[in-house]
Design a binder for this molecule. Structure first.
Ligand code: AMP
Ligand code: ZN
Length: 135
């Protein structure tokens, strides 16, 4: 499956040149053009899925399995001190390119980068109510 209007389909399919750091039959890993830190990369499945909701669970699993391996390799090669893995779905969650991708963000002491969220208060009742939704 491929979307002719999708930039990540064109990059993953090799129609648009990019800086790839890994490729296999199903994925291409490219350097982000506006990196959060040195080496910030994106895992792109070659198949077009708009977001995680549209992607079969086994494909999601394969992409995250690759994320685990990339975290190891990138941390070693880039001599990173830590690593963030981020995956955004829908505009409200910060998704700007609507082809599923996983952000691989090496972290360095003093890099000054913030992967943002604002912690809020919770109550025992509020947490229990959410937990009960899953029983
Ligand atoms: P998101 O906000 O999670 O959808 O992430 C989209 C990411 O894709 C951003 O970090 C952009 O900097 C990156 N990006 C967009 N277009 C390109 C491109 N042509 N090559 C590399 N990275 C891109
Ligand atoms: Zn696409």
């Amino acid at each position: 499956m491929r979307d002719d209007n999708c930039i990540f389909c064109k990059i993953a399919g090799g129609e648009i040149p990019t800086n790839a750091i890994y490729e296999d039959d199903d994925h291409k890993v490219i350097l982000d053009m506006s990196p959060a830190t040195r080496g910030h990369a994106l895992i792109l499945p070659k198949q077009h899925y708009k977001n995680i909701y549209e992607m079969p669970a086994d494909k999601v699993g394969e992409a995250f399995k690759l994320a685990g391996r990339m975290a190891q390799t990138m941390t070693d090669k880039l001599k990173a001190d830590g690593f963030n893995i981020v995956q955004n779905n829908n505009e409200i969650a910060g998704q700007t390119v609507f082809h599923f991708h996983i952000h691989l963000i090496p972290r360095y002491e003093g890099d000054g980068q913030v992967i943002p969220w604002k912690p809020k208060e919770s109550t025992p009742e509020g947490l229990a109510e959410i937990r009960d939704l899953f029983q």
